[in-house]
Design a protein around this ligand. Structure first.
Ligand code: NAG
Ligand code: NAG
Ligand code: NAG
Ligand code: NAG
Ligand code: NAG
Length: 322
């Protein structure tokens, strides 16, 4: 409710200066970089591949930045990679190009020449949307984080990336808060395995911790964004986008947002893996193409394409106000 009111208010003062949108993140944003790496083709300068039709993103279709670009007529520079964390040094996971180093290196390759930004900073916004892998399985959720790493370090990494992007010349930032991961099947209050973690586990503990870790990191991001805005002293601006609230809103009022041909479904997911131990069976029992937009979740962890369209509209409204 509050969320809708805020964005509508911002939309009312629209000026529309933004032209370029740079995105850093993980599979919630990646459009094909992870698949390209898996295929043995490391994305090079000005890489722009968008799938489908040849492939699909982790939402089962087209990822939200593409919709953002089309809706708002923005040029999208999507550096996100599935499986990425903010820093592989802090929370080593799959070795994917991370937000703070590998993805930033791509940005520099494309847009920084002799330490000068080649994009117009007035018309550029940088979006950071990461954290799910940092706190998830094989990390904090399963107690596999390094002994000297805290949730605070994970939040600081995101804030620090904004600082470093500002040093490179960027001035406008959107930091997406983490979504309510406890509402996904992977972190549901169930001990049965999923494709992402086939073994039986302490589902009640995972569920409780997912809630706590996400809300803790989000609280630190909120305080950190206020601190950055004080430090920037008007020369640069960061907005914390309430992705957590947006997903809570879609979960609580699914009929307002989910529009496939069956009843809105915010608890299940379209994409099925009937045997958690055999990924080759994934796809058996999926919902139909017409039903897909009725789901908030595509699979055990990832939001659906329709959830992405809703996110794209919300971010577009925010950017049009800048
Ligand atoms: C990866 O390879 C598959 C099979 O050749 C192809 O269909 C797909 O488009 C490729 N994906 C990327 C991102 O290169
Ligand atoms: C944690 O300890 C490891 C190994 O001793 C060290 O390499 C790393 O820099 C430490 N990380 C932090 C955040 O202090
Ligand atoms: C999780 O499930 C257990 C057993 O079904 C139940 O006792 C507990 O209240 C549930 N916890 C939450 C947070 O729903
Ligand atoms: C649901 O709404 C989106 C716009 O948010 C639209 O692009 C999509 O085609 C709709 N889905 C269906 C199945 O009608
Ligand atoms: C939601 O979808 C799941 C499939 O993942 C299904 O099992 C469940 O019954 C559906 N719930 C409703 C309320 O339709």
């Amino acid at each position: 409710m509050l969320w809708l009111g805020t964005t509508l208010l911002l939309a009312g003062t629209a000026i529309g200066k933004i032209r370029d949108v740079v995105l850093f993140g993980d599979s919630f944003t990646d459009q094909s970089r992870q698949h390209s790496i898996a295929n043995g083709t490391y994305p090079g300068k000005n890489y722009q591949e968008i799938y489908p039709p040849a492939d699909t993103a982790a939402d089962g279709g087209i990822q939200w930045p593409w919709y953002l670009g089309v809706n708002g007529n923005f040029k999208i520079w999507n550096y996100a990679v599935g499986g990425a964390v903010c820093s592989e040094r802090l929370t080593p996971l799959y070795g994917m190009p991370d937000v703070s180093e590998g993805q930033m290196a791509w940005f520099i390759e494309d847009h920084v020449v002799q330490q000068r930004l080649t994009l117009d900073a007035e018309q550029l916004v940088v979006v950071i949307y990461v954290g799910t892998n940092d706190i998830g399985i094989k990390s904090f959720i399963t107690g596999d984080q390094a002994a000297n790493v805290t949730l605070g370090d994970v939040a600081e990494c995101q804030l620090n990336t904004i600082w470093r992007m500002r040093k490179l010349g960027a001035r406008k930032f959107v930091l997406n808060s983490m979504i309510p991961l406890h509402l996904t099947r992977l972190y549901a209050n169930s001990s049965a395995g999923t494709i992402y973690w086939p073994e039986t586990h302490d589902g009640a503990l995972w569920h409780r911790n997912a809630y706590e870790y996400v809300r803790s990191v989000n609280g630190m991001l909120r305080d950190g964004v206020a601190r950055l805005n004080r430090e920037f002293a008007g020369d640069g601006k960061v907005v914390l986008f309430d992705t957590y609230g947006l997903f809570g809103e879609m979960y609580g009022h699914p009929w307002r947002y989910l529009n496939g041909t069956i009843a809105p479904n915010a608890t299940g997911h379209c994409h099925q893996c009937p045997d958690a131990n055999d990924w080759r069976q994934c796809g058996v029992g999926d919902c139909s193409a017409e039903e897909r937009d009725s789901y908030l979740w595509w699979d055990e962890l990832h939001p659906s394409e329709q959830a992405g369209r809703v996110l794209a509209v919300a971010i577009e409204r925010l950017l049009l106000s800048w």
